[in-house]
Write a protein that binds this ligand. Structure first.
Ligand code: UDP
Ligand code: MG
Length: 316
């Protein structure tokens, strides 16, 4: 949604680089970004997400030597999503680029992202066609991307690529928290923005080490459920809980009616597993239905956005 109000940034381009302990790559990243962005009006915002190595010192000297460098330093590690959210909040550009700070993403891809954005997309995501990471990462990641694409209906190959370009309105209207940075395209789509993709080169990590272990995939799938719930049911929780509740209730009632008929015919029913299943389904059904009703009340009265139904107040 474009509001026409306060919609323009004060620079052409903001580059946001979230980082945690990336002392080895920062100077080169800054140099290469400067080369690529030469001739444009830009800012580079480093978000130091609680680094314990030399990164803070290096960033401080980069900021001192280059007025286009902005720096935010977190007291402790809050996670990549929080770092991006802070970057989005600070960004003054009409277009916002995010890039990982470990030089696995290539700054030379930025002009390609911008060209694709010019085709009219609101968000352009990189696709690491040849991902230069260990198999333990690439294989689950492919599965993860397939499932996310299937469930979200967004035909992207690589949801979690650090390299992305956004129009200003997108980043000012989405709320990224927890570990939801993996689903930024889903969050953007939920707000009605159009999404494009380009193939990008990816490099092996030359410095430091990855910050995400295998646990990311377990949490990733839980987060996917969260995102799907948020995108589909936040404003109509009854559609999920009511449906589940009524289905369980009807199944339970049918089962117990059948058993009641048997009981009248003189068969004992109290010891039958089906009897317990019937009772269980009825109880679960009523509970789920009640959760749906509560959810509807929260959706209606609990939040500012929901109180005005489908309409999202423009925040840009
Ligand atoms: N990062 C961060 N906070 C964290 C974890 C990671 O800012 O809690 C940064 C990290 O420094 C890097 C980017 O997010 O710039 C991507 O992380 P990483 O390279 O470890 O992920 P991978 O490439 O292994 O998927
Ligand atoms: Mg990396």
């Amino acid at each position: 949604m474009s509001s026409g109000r306060n919609c323009e940034g004060v620079v052409e381009l903001s580059v946001i680089a979230p980082l945690l302990d990336e002392e080895g790559s920062l100077e080169e990243l800054h140099r290469r970004l400067t080369e690529v962005l030469n001739g444009r009006e830009y800012e580079i915002i480093f978000i130091d997400d609680g680094s314990k190595d030399n990164s803070p010192k290096i960033l401080k000297s980069l900021k001192e030597s280059d007025a286009r460098v902005g720096l935010v330093t977190f007291r402790r590690n809050f996670g990549k999503s929080a770092a991006l959210a802070e970057g989005f909040y600070r960004a003054r550009g009409d277009i916002v680029i995010t890039i990982d700070a470990d030089l696995q993403d290539d700054p030379n891809e930025i002009p390609n992202l911008l060209r694709k954005l010019d085709e009219g997309y609101d968000l352009v995501s990189g696709w690491k066609v040849k991902r230069r990471d260990p198999l333990s990462k690439t294989v689950p990641s492919r599965l993860f991307n397939r499932i996310t694409a299937l469930l979200s209906g967004i035909p992207l190959h690589d949801f979690n690529c650090g390299l992305k370009a956004y129009r200003r309105a997108v980043i000012k209207n989405i709320n990224v928290y927890g570990q939801l940075h993996r689903f930024l395209p889903v969050l953007a789509k939920m707000e009605g923005y159009s999404i494009g993709e380009i193939e990008v080169v990816h490099h092996p990590r030359r410095f430091g080490r990855t910050k995400f272990g295998v646990s990311r995939f377990l949490y990733g799938f839980l987060d996917l459920l969260t995102v799907l719930f948020i995108t589909r049911y936040t404003r109509q929780p009854m559609h999920l809980f009511g449906f589940l509740g009524i289905s369980a209730l009807i199944a339970g009632v049918i089962i117990n009616l059948y058993l009641t008929v048997l009981w009248f015919q003189g068969f004992p029913i109290a010891g039958r597993p089906l009897f317990f299943l019937g009772i269980l389904l009825i109880l679960l059904g009523v509970q789920s239905f009640a959760i749906g009703l509560l959810g509807e009340m929260i959706a209606r009265f609990g939040t500012k956005d929901a109180a005005i139904g489908e309409f999202q107040p423009p925040r840009v």
